[in-house]
Design a protein around this ligand. Structure first.
Ligand SMILES: C[S@@+](CC[C@H](N)C(=O)[O-])C[C@H]1O[C@@H](n2cnc3c(N)ncnc32)[C@H](O)[C@@H]1O
Length: 234
């Protein structure tokens, strides 16, 4: 497990933003990693998600706000750390969001990107990759946006143009070969296909994918894909 605090020793007390926070899953890591006297603010564009997050995650040190990562309500240079975790692939114009995160950072402030990647994953992780791929397809069919998981080098190429300083490229791996939460999602995949892809030309293929993933979980397990953690300073 990666202890982020070790890699953020240069960070000063201040505002830490987590854009695309959902229920604060990654923001809680920032609460632990930020120095005392900091504020951790989780931002999500979906108002209903933010309302749920306020209820579910009350008292855990994160303030939740509705906001769009491409138009943040923070002044230039007002933020110490800006993070985006497993969200970049949900955003069509991810460059606009990255530019906005850099805009709000103070000079010397820290940008942190956490994003799962698709290559060099073991058998159990490939089950997670297959599950995530099917979820992304169903999301697209039902009007959401989620592009296929990038390879590690593709993510690095996207971030390269930001020309950040003191870049640290890390990998976050969860050792558990049978991730309970991911395994529990799998039996629900066939129901999700029925609900979201009924009448779609690819319905049968998607249903076969859901069954194949279920069989893979039983045979090889399901382990969270390794995630790229990219830390750089403005
Ligand atoms: C997969 S969740 C990420 C959850 C969490 N950050 C994590 O690491 O587990 C993606 C979240 O990003 C939000 N989102 C998508 N586009 C966004 C945008 N432009 N601005 C803010 N939030 C956005 C979605 O509403 C969703 O809650």
């Amino acid at each position: 497990m990666l202890h982020l605090k070790e890699y953020l020793s240069h960070v000063k007390p201040g505002i830490a933003l987590d854009v695309g926070t959902r229920f604060g899953e990654f923001a809680f890591t920032l609460v632990e990693a930020m120095p005392e006297g900091s504020r951790v603010i989780g931002i999500d564009c979906d108002a209903a998600t933010v309302e749920q997050a306020k209820e579910k995650s009350a008292g855990k040190g994160v303030e939740f706000q509705v906001g769009d990562g491409a138009h943040l309500d923070f002044a230039d240079g007002s933020v110490e750390l800006a993070a985006i975790s497993n969200t970049l692939h949900h955003i069509e114009n991810y460059d606009a969001v990255l530019d906005e995160l850099v805009r709000v950072l103070r000079p010397g402030g820290t940008l942190l990107i956490n994003e799962m990647f698709s290559d060099n994953q073991n058998e159990a992780q490939q089950t997670h990759f297959a599950q995530h791929t099917l979820e992304a397809k169903l999301d697209m069919i039902s009007g959401g946006f989620q592009r296929p998981t990038w390879k590690k080098d593709e993510i690095l190429a996207i971030l390269d143009r930001l020309h950040l300083k003191d870049v640290q490229v890390l990998e976050m791996l969860e050792e558990e070969k049978m991730d309970r939460k991911l395994a529990e999602k799998t039996p629900k995949l066939t129901a999700a296909v029925e609900k979201k892809a009924a009448g779609h030309p690819d319905f049968d293929a998607l249903m076969a994918e859901a069954r194949e993933i279920q069989a893979r979980v039983e045979k090889t397990g399901i382990q969270r894909c390794t995630q790229l953690v990219y830390i750089g300073r403005k």
